[in-house]
Every structure is written in C-alpha cells, then in structure tokens.
Design a protein around this ligand. Structure first.
Ligand SMILES: NC(=O)C1=CN([C@@H]2O[C@H](COP(=O)(O)OP(=O)(O)OC[C@H]3O[C@@H](n4cnc5c(N)ncnc54)[C@H](O)[C@@H]3O)[C@@H](O)[C@H]2O)C=CC1
Ligand SMILES: O=C(O)[C@H]1O[C@H](OP(=O)(O)OP(=O)(O)OC[C@H]2O[C@@H](n3ccc(=O)[nH]c3=O)[C@H](O)[C@@H]2O)[C@H](O)[C@@H](O)[C@@H]1O
Length: 446
C-alpha cells in the first residue's frame, strides 16, 4: 500500500519505518525542512535505539522516502497517517492546531479518494472534526479512521513491530479487511471499534498506567513509614494476573511528553461534559508531589542545602531516550538551585536537551557519572540508565565529600550497597547503610 505519514516525531517516524519494513511504500512528511534534510542523510531527528539502521535499510531498498511537500506526498498515497503533535494548552486541554492545520492541507491536496488515519492522541470527537475540516476543502470522497498509537520511547520499534493489540476505530465497516491487511505481520490482535471509543481507549490506557504508577508511589511512601519494602510488595501484587506486574515500579513519578499531557487532557475532556474525574486528579497531584521526596530525603541527611554540592545522575524522563519533556529532573534541579546548592549533572544522552531548556550558573555539566559524584555531598539518581547499575560504588564513596546516595528509581540491591560506606536512601524500601528510614514508633502505632 502507498502511505504518507504526516509528522516525523516518534510516532510518525517509527510507524513509517515499520510500515515500510512490512512491505508498504511510505513517504514520511514533515514541514520542518531541517528534519527532512537530516532524514535524507539517514540521520534520525529522534534518539531511538535501532532507528537509523532501519531508516537506511528501508530507504536503500526503495520503500521509504522523506519529503517536506505534503501536497505531493498526499497525492501519491492511498492512506494518509496523521502523526503530528497534540501538546497541552495552558489549561491542560489538547492543542489541536497541528491536527487542524494538517487536515486542511490534506483536504486541499486531495485529487481522489483517501483514507485518513489518525495516530496522534486526540480527544473524543476530533476525528469528526478532521472529517469536517477536510470536507470543507475537497469534494473528493474519503474515510476517517482512528488508530491510536501505544509505543513507548526507548522501545518504540519493538512496541510497533510486536504490539499487544492494535485499536482501529472506524465507521465504514468496508474498511476493516484493509486495516487488517495493513497491520498484518504486526499482530492478529486487532480490535475494531467505533471512532469515539478508539479515541477514548488511548486516553483511558495512558490514564490507567499513570494511575498504577501513582498508586505504587503512594504505597511506597506508606511502606517507608511501616518498614515494608515496596519492591517486594509490587512483586507480590503483580503475581496476581488481574493486577499484572508492569508499571508498578515506585520512584520519583512519571514524566515524558505523554502521561502528564494525556492525564490533564482527560481531566479536561471529562470537565467539558460536567464530570469531575476525581481519581485522575489525585493521580496527577500525587505525581507532582512525588519528585520532591528527593529534596526531603536530602534535607533529612544533609540539613540545609545552602552551599552543598549535589550530583545528579540522569535527566531524561526515562532511560534510552534523550527526551526531557516533563522530566521530573527539571523541577528537582530547579529546587536544588533555589535552595543554594551547586549541582553537578550527568546524563549519557539527554544533557544537551536539558541544558537547552534550563541552565544556571550553579550548574556544572559533567561528562561521566564519577565526575558528577566527585566532591559531592550527595548523589541523586533520577533516571534508571543501565550505566548507573554497574558503577563501582566503593570507589565512588571515597571520592565524595559526604557519602549520601538517594536512589530515586530503586536501582541498587542491598548486596551492592553493603560495605560501600554509603548512606543509601531509596523509594519505599527499608534504608540500607546509615540511618533507618523505618521508624519503630510509627510501626508500633499501626
Ligand atoms: N512520543 C511518543 O512516544 C508517543 C506519542 N503519541 C502521540 O502521537 C502524537 C505525535 O507525537 P510525537 O511523535 O511525539 O510528535 P512530535 O511533536 O515530536 O512531532 C510531530 C511532528 O509533526 C510535524 N508537523 C506538525 N504539523 C505538520 C504539518 N502540517 N505538516 C507536516 N508536518 C507537521 C512537526 O514539525 C513535528 O516534527 C501526539 O499526539 C502524541 O501524544 C502516541 C504514542 C507515543
Ligand atoms: O502515549 C504515549 O506517548 C505513550 O506513553 C507511554 O510511553 P512513554 O511515555 O514513552 O514511557 P513509559 O515507559 O510509559 O514511561 C512513562 C513514565 O513513567 C515512569 N514509570 C513507568 C513505569 C513504572 O513502573 N514506573 C514509572 O515511574 C517512567 O519513568 C516515565 O517517566 C505509554 O507507556 C505508551 O504506551 C504510550 O504510547
């Protein structure tokens, strides 16, 4: 099939590459000419493990090309996939300006029948709006399909090639065989539904995953006070198939370009129909507070942070990405600066992106994790990059001014900490090496 994918962010580029890999003829389109020029030189504008090799292979084999010309790309395609951004407006609602702009351009470009398939995350009713916009610009027939995307950054290719399910929302049943054929080879688990339900499935899924994270973070906070270990609790809970073991990793809370945006948008979607989504409001609230647990733990160990030197390991919102959008690290670093600390920062990939968004004379940029630790009063681990797991913690303690390690992602085991001389705080686990986070007086009162 001939496809034009509009937008070369994570979703557009990864799905374009994977559809090409599946034997389709794909043009990835972006209005950002710099991105297209990079792509034409086989350079990816996003950091995603494995993407550049696939771009090169598919391009060389003639199935994939890149263009800044939406009109021409639409005309040469049967299916047009919308994968443009839907960022948050200040009030939390989804900003649909890119969707609306692209829909108008598609309508103007059409010279015959097209299927318009929306992969962007859009509020319920948006595909109907897309239909209206396109029909004001063309008399040619077209169909609209909602096919929300569920990939995760960092494992986007695997997620696309082997998804748990594919959701297809349509109102023309005649399209079902074609949609099954298009996704053939990814999975047979294709759930066909109406367009509004498909749009809601995407928001409900992200909101549910965010709820699991805030839930386990609250359990972690209670575990600390009663002397339980949240990693054991999560493992035990996850053995129940009704609960499932994923998304129960306690830490400093969720970030990224999607969970914060989509939870806020769903609260707004509910609000627009006079429904207060109290549960999701709490999920967001818990998440906002969870990152500051790092600062509280620093105060417990060091007292005032004025004049302190704090090493920060990890700035990306999660490992294997250079994305710092809504990364919890941002507010943590800002709080450290506001309290008068000097902050030594290290991230294997995301430091440049972070620095472009936030820099300050109290920040020191480091090329190695050991450099960020040397002379520090404490290290705060904020992203669970695998490089941190293998660090020699014995050598590290010796290089520090005070030996405090705050592990915001529960990366280290008791065995790794024992004998290092580090005072180790993690999230929702009994403290190891140094003071105990478990207070018998509180436990006794339970
Ligand atoms: N980032 C992720 O991991 C996931 C994102 N999503 C959703 O997918 C959508 C896209 O997200 P990202 O890929 O992160 O987007 P992004 O914001 O990184 O990239 C969107 C691209 O679309 C281009 N664009 C905008 N209007 C255009 C137009 N009229 N013509 C041509 N190009 C145009 C922009 O220049 C930009 O390069 C959002 O709705 C997001 O919520 C869904 C699942 C995963
Ligand atoms: O709509 C989207 O854009 C995507 O949002 C998330 O994907 P992503 O944001 O790439 O990353 P996740 O792996 O879900 O992690 C999100 C955040 O939650 C945090 N997290 C995740 C899991 C966990 O157990 N605990 C936890 O704190 C991560 O550190 C990260 O900050 C969803 O997992 C995807 O299915 C969805 O397509």
């Amino acid at each position: 099939m001939k496809l034009a994918v509009i937008g070369t962010g994570y979703v557009g580029l990864v799905s374009g590459v994977c559809f090409a890999l599946n034997g389709n003829q794909v043009i990835c389109v972006d209005k950002d000419a710099e991105k297209i020029s990079k792509l034409n030189q086989m350079e990816s504008p996003i950091y995603e493990p494995g993407i550049e090799a696939l771009i090169e292979m598919n391009t060389q084999e003639g199935r994939l090309s890149f263009s800044a010309d939406l009109r021409d790309s639409v005309r040469r395609s049967d299916i047009v996939i919308l994968a443009v951004g839907t960022p948050s407006l200040p009030g939390g609602e989804a900003d649909l300006r890119y969707i609306e702009g692209a829909a108008a351009e598609i309508g103007q470009a059409m010279e015959g029948y097209k299927i318009i398939m929306t992969k962007s995350t859009v509020p319920v009713g948006t595909n109907e709006k897309i239909r209206q916009i396109i029909s004001t610009h063309t008399r040619h027939p077209f169909d609209v399909v909602s096919a929300p995307e569920f990939l995760r950054e960092g494992s986007a290719i695997q997620d696309t090639l082997h998804p748990d399910r594919i959701i297809v929302g349509l109102d023309n049943p005649a399209l079902e065989p074609l949609m099954r054929e298009l996704h053939q080879g990814f999975t047979d688990n294709i759930f066909v539904t109406d367009i509004r339900s498909a749009e809601m499935i995407k928001y409900a899924s992200n909101a549910f995953l965010a709820t699991k994270i805030s839930f386990i973070n609250e359990i972690a906070n209670i575990c600390e006070k009663v002397g339980a270990d949240v990693t054991e609790v999560a493992q035990g809970m996850g053995m129940d198939r009704r609960i499932g073991s994923s998304f129960l990793q306690a830490g400093i809370g969720y970030g990224g370009s999607c969970f914060p945006k989509d939870t806020n948008a769903l609260i707004q979607i509910a609000g627009n129909v006079d429904y207060e989504f109290k549960l999701l409001e709490s999920v967001v609230e818990v998440n906002k507070g969870q990152r500051f647990m790092i600062i509280s733990k620093l105060h417990e160990s060091l007292g005032s942070l004025r004049g302190a030197v704090i090493g920060v390991w990890g700035l990306a919102f999660k490992p294997n990405t250079d994305d710092v959008r809504e990364a919890p690290a941002r507010e943590i670093v800002e709080a450290l600066v506001a309290e008068g600390a000097t902050v030594k920062l290290y991230d294997p990939i995301a430091a440049d992106n972070f620095r472009q968004q936030y820099d300050h004379p109290q920040l020191r940029w480091c090329g190695l994790p050991e450099e960020a630790a040397a002379g520090s009063d404490a290290i705060c681990l904020l992203t669970d990059w695998s490089v941190f797991k293998d660090i020699d913690l014995h050598g590290l303690a010796e290089s520090m001014r005070r030996q405090v390690l705050i592990d915001g992602r529960n990366v280290y085991s008791k065995e790794q900490i024992e004998g290092t001389g580090l005072e180790y705080h993690s999230v929702g686990r009994p403290q190891m090496g140094g003071l105990s986070g478990y207070s018998p007086s509180v436990a006794g009162a339970v």
